[in-house]
Design a protein around this ligand. Sequence first.
Ligand code: FAD
Length: 375
Amino acid sequence: MKVAIVGAGLTGSLLACYLARRGLSVTLYERRPDPRVAEVERGRSINLAISERGLDALRRIGLVDQVMADALPMKGRMIHPVSGPLDFQAYSASGERAINSISRGVLNNALLSAAAAADGVTVEFEHRLVELDSAAGELVFATPAGKVSASADVVLGADGAGSAVREQLLAEGVVAENVEFLDYGYKELSIPSAGGEFALDPGALHIWPRGTSMMIALPNPDRSFTCTLFWPAGSFDALTSTDGISAHFRENYPDLLPLAPDLVDDYLNNPVGVLGTVHTLPWQAHGRTALLGDAAHAIVPFYGQGANCAFEDVVELDRCLDDTGGSWARALPLFEARRRENTEAIAEMALANFVEMRDKVASPVFRLQKQLEHT
Ligand code: FAD
């Protein structure tokens, strides 16, 4: 039984680890060069919050300790008002429960190395899927050496929100999609360590709620923070001059300016990312080709649950294979039946949490409500 996984991101690499444990022959195709030796793309989501849902998937394949060794637990939100004192809001009544700031690159590389080391797994980098016959399991990849064909009994698309596998399934008319773009973009900015120390409390997820816009910051093991500024898409383009950028941040994020010496450079040079929710129906075709993770159901990042949810997909597909005696034709529809409701719920919650984070967390009523929930 040959399985082709398209995309060696977080979902595809984890999936390869799980399928290898079943004794399957897996080829993982990735359009990029090997990220363990290549340079990281500038300004693209350097860290992620991984919660218990994601840790559970890592624990089951013995990777949790390795990944957590580099993680920074965040036990609450630290709200930065325009003026006045900071406000720490614990995530749990005990104050002990945390989500974990983890480097996307470190996590992806750990998963990729585990997959590459597993028996039966082959990884092909610089292989970009360009054609797919989902009924026959025939794939064509663009590579530096030209087009390369491959075939597989099962094809799994783990190639992210802009999935080429999904695009091919759409072109074949076997799935339908609805992509709802948010009228907001995001840009990464950075706060370096100050004299070798964290410039902010590393035990919190920092939020600057500003009504129509919002910025967050997560700590990194090198004692820097990566900030993500969410803003209506057109607003980024309207701010272009060095003086204008400095003035904007001085007015709206006064405590950030002294901590972020490269702010203007980051702002001018880092790309604006797009945000949206992907709905696909169905996620599988012919009982042999399927979509997982962002390729099936990308969500906006405001609950920090996209990767966690993708990891849950992998655990559930593995469980469905157990429950169907390894029959892909039965496991793929079962996987979809079990996961769809959950992924639709988190998609809605992620959109709702944007309003909470950019607005409500700053309100005294919200704060009191949270205190009452904890008593
Ligand atoms: P991706 O990470 O997009 O990986 C897809 C892979 O497929 C890539 O390696 C890509 O190169 C490859 N690929 C693409 N096309 C092809 C092709 N044609 N052929 C071959 N390979 C291909 N989630 C959390 O859980 N917590 C967070 O805190 C969090 N924060 C986020 C912050 C931001 C700003 C954003 C945008 C997202 C955030 N997410 C977070 C969501 C998380 O990043 C995604 O859910 C997760 O990356 C999905 O993993 P994936 O492997 O499905 O897709």
